[in-house]
Design a protein around this ligand. Structure first.
Ligand code: AMP
Length: 672
């Protein structure tokens, strides 16, 4: 048997990663935890099969390249710009404090200052993968809080890239800090970035566009791989810049192309596969015995990452004009470390700034913080409740929430709209046209500015914050419309509003079916589930164009609505109507005939046309402008291009066809 070490290593690494990932999922943990544990299992420090660490690490380099390319691809200056007021200073201050804390802790352990610095930097940056997963799983990604967290992370990403560039200049070979080496590294990096942005932004999208026109998916994928790996390798070989930075810049350039979504989709499987190997290779470096022997250090570093970073961000809430809840979400989202810390730690290891035990410690803290993170989100409401209880603390934390004073004229009988996004926008636009007095509460500063420019009274802040809602004068409002997607906030708002004004009419948006029930229980008079409404509209148009009668379609939609929105649920009704509709269509064959322009019937009423007497067939419906009129009245006037639905036997239908064909060819379609 010939030896195939590479194949054996890839296969085994992927199999253990798969088993680890499945087990983690089953336990409700992030899959990354499973991959890291799988790595420990096949690592040199545990009994059983030992993977070849060099082989797996080389493959893991591909993981780093694809991960960083992905970060570049999703990197958006716009996202960062939208939340710049909080994200830029926030990320800088948090990174600085976390680095200082990490450094301080390492000095207590007697590490060298450089090792301490790498440790500090490594624990200061959070994992993109873990943050996005956490925000998505908790429906926070599209909230103002989630957006702030994402912008904050983008800023941290930039900082980590900068740290990666600068790291080689800290190598111990340079006893005194080597300014010359630093300057050369920065110059080389700047040259690389400049060349990429001037030549790359023209060349790469152009190349992809050309390949896309060949309509060969295979060539397109090859082109992306060639660009990603080619840029990363040339960055490292020609400019001495890290592979990670090269890949990041390539991603950022491709993100400008309109093909970027396709690139992301095509690269997805490569990124996932190789990043799994990356996590496995990271796990292989962990020495469980060493960690057990130094459990005190593991625990204190993990506490620093989870609680230290959490507290730093929460305290920053005192100094920024944002709702306290934003800081709680950002704090929880970023109180973990992941792939960037591994990459930074690995950089430290290869430059001999860290030894492998110190690196193991960083990995252990990452492993623990990633495992704990999903549970932290569950603690969010509890944490908020606890902080609200501390006299003075919450008031101070939330004191910077701008409550922009409403225009001086007193609002009475006004409509309060919470959220000016995809849903609230329609409400605001209509009420503005109808000159109905209103007040919009919105947590996004830019949206507030654009509303103010239109002269619409606004409140800036988190509506689930009782201080903000107190300023909306709900006691004298006529209606409250809650259009935000986050159900937890919607619940707080509806509950507070019902307390403030028992007679207020409340219309709320639900994100889930359970939410419909929950919001009604809290006091909403009407609850709308946008996905249900969207689905029903699609059913409506599809059934009508398939020839089902309008009335039946309406009845069906009404029954579905009743079943979903009515708290006394009756799902039987929905099925009964659907069956009735199918039966109605199956038993009676409706023949649809087009009324051509120029036919004498155009302009006549049903009574004048007298079709039953002339043909024997009866008109049961008319489809006009894609709308069906079931059972039209005798005074309904025929219009050119109407599609007329007849029932009758073969001869009667033939007579009708002849009558309608008097000028042009008729079109016959059968619905069944
Ligand atoms: P959409 O999901 O597109 O309808 O957008 C929801 C809108 O509501 C966005 O403009 C958010 O900024 C805003 N929003 C979400 N949560 C809150 C909140 N708790 N307080 C105020 N505005 C919010």
């Amino acid at each position: 048997m010939h030896e195939v070490p590479l194949l054996i290593n890839i296969t085994l690494a992927l199999i253990v990663a798969f088993l680890g990932g499945v087990t983690a999922r089953r336990l409700g943990l992030p899959t990354i935890v499973g991959y890291l544990l799988a790595g420990i299992a096949i690592g040199p420090f545990t009994p059983g099969f030992v993977g070849d660490i060099d082989t797996i690490q080389q493959l893991a380099e591909l993981g780093v390249i694809f991960l960083m390319f992905g970060v570049g691809l999703h990197f958006s200056f716009k996202d960062l710009w939208n939340v710049r007021d909080i994200a830029i200073p926030g990320a800088l201050i948090q990174t600085a404090f976390a680095t200082i804390l990490g450094f301080g802790l390492s000095q207590l352990w007697g590490w060298t200052p450089l090792a301490g610095l790498v440790l500090g930097l490594a624990i200061s940056v959070a994992s993109t993968v873990v943050l996005l997963r956490g925000l998505m799983d908790n429906s926070l990604l599209n909230t103002s809080h989630g957006q702030a967290a994402v912008g904050w992370l983008v800023m941290e990403d930039i900082l980590s890239v900068l740290i990666l560039i600068l790291m080689p200049t800290f190598a111990p070979s340079s006893v005194a800090f080597n300014w010359q080496a630093l300057a050369i590294t920065l110059l080389k990096s700047a040259a690389f970035i400049a060349i990429m942005f001037f030549a790359g932004t023209r060349l790469l999208p152009w190349l992809l566009e050309k390949i896309a026109h060949t309509r060969s998916r295979e060539l397109f994928i090859l082109a992306i791989l060639a660009i990603t790996l080619g840029t990363a390798m040339s960055a490292s070989e020609l400019f001495g810049v890290s592979l990670a930075l090269g890949a990041f810049v390539a991603g950022a350039i491709i993100s400008q192309s309109h093909l970027s979504h396709q690139v992301g989709a095509d690269l997805f499987s490569f990124r996932e596969t190789f990043s799994v190997l990356f996590f496995v290779s990271v796990g292989m470096l962990v020495n469980p015995t060493f960690l057990w022997e130094n459990i005190g250090q593991v625990v204190s570093l993990s506490v620093l990452v989870v609680l230290g970073k959490l507290i730093i961000v929460i305290l920053m809430g005192f100094f920024f004009p944002r709702p306290a809840r934003t800081f709680l979400v950002v704090a929880i989202g970023l109180s973990q470390v992941g792939e960037f810390s591994f990459i930074l730690g690995q950089g430290g290891l290869s430059l001999n700034l860290l030894d492998s035990n110190q690196y193991s410690l960083i990995l252990a803290a990452a492993l623990i913080s990633i495992t704990v993170n999903p549970f932290m989100y569950k603690l969010l409401p509890w944490l908020e409740a606890q902080l609200r209880r501390i006299p003075g603390f919450w008031k101070k934390l939330d004191a910077n929430t701008h409550i922009l004073e409403i225009k001086k004229e007193k609002l009475v009988d006004h409509v309060v709209i919470v959220g000016y996004g995809r849903v609230g926008k329609h409400m605001v636009d209509v009420l503005e046209k109808l000159s109905v007095p209103m007040l919009v509460i919105e947590g996004d500063a830019e949206r507030i500015t654009s509303l103010n420019q239109r002269g619409i009274p606004t409140l800036y802040g988190d509506a689930s914050n009782s201080e903000v809602i107190d300023h909306a004068h709900l006691d004298r409002a006529s209606v409250l419309v809650v259009t935000i997607p986050d159900e937890t906030s919607a619940e707080l708002i509806v509950t507070a509003a019902r307390d403030l004004n028992p007679d207020l009419l409340i219309v709320a948006r639900a994100a889930t079916e359970e939410g419909v029930q929950m919001l009604s229980n809290r006091g909403a008079n009407y609850t709308i589930h946008p996905e249900l409404e969207g689905g029903l509209e699609m059913v409506h148009h599809t059934l009508l164009s398939l020839g089902f009668p309008l009335q039946e379609v309406h009845l069906y939609a009404a029954a579905v609505r009743k079943d979903h929105y009515d708290v006394q649920v009756n799902t039987e009704e929905e099925h009964r109507l659907l069956h009735e509709m199918i039966n109605a269509m199956a038993n009676i064959e409706v023949i649809w005939l087009r009324l051509p322009t120029g036919n004498p019937l155009v302009g006549q009423t049903l009574a004048e046309a007298n079709l039953r007497a002339r043909t024997g067939a009866s008109v049961v419906a008319i489809i006009r402008n894609k709308q069906a009129m079931a059972n039209p009245k005798s005074h309904t006037v025929f219009e050119a291009e109407d599609r007329i639905g007849f029932i009758g036997d073969k001869d009667q239908i033939e007579a009708a066809e002849n009558l309608l064909a008097e000028t042009e060819d008729e079109e016959k379609t059968t619905s069944s």
